[in-house]
Ligand binder design. Sequence first.
Ligand code: SF4
Ligand code: SF4
Length: 56
Amino acid sequence: MAYVINDECISCGACVSGCPVEAISEGASHMEINADVCVDCGACASVCPVGAPNPQ
Ligand code: SF4
Ligand code: SF4
């Protein structure tokens, strides 16, 4: 299980520093989560202003 950032992401960066395992980085069109690193904590979803990160 991992969270995935959808196309609603505006690349504000708020989730990057909030991730305890540094799983979030800038992707081709918006921030992306490395599914192999994500520990499914939900911190990114709680800080995101547009609700882009969601559990898969
Ligand atoms: Fe990082 Fe937690 Fe979001 Fe996974 S769910 S990307 S571990 S903040
Ligand atoms: Fe994108 Fe939300 Fe992260 Fe901002 S907090 S970079 S809008 S996923």
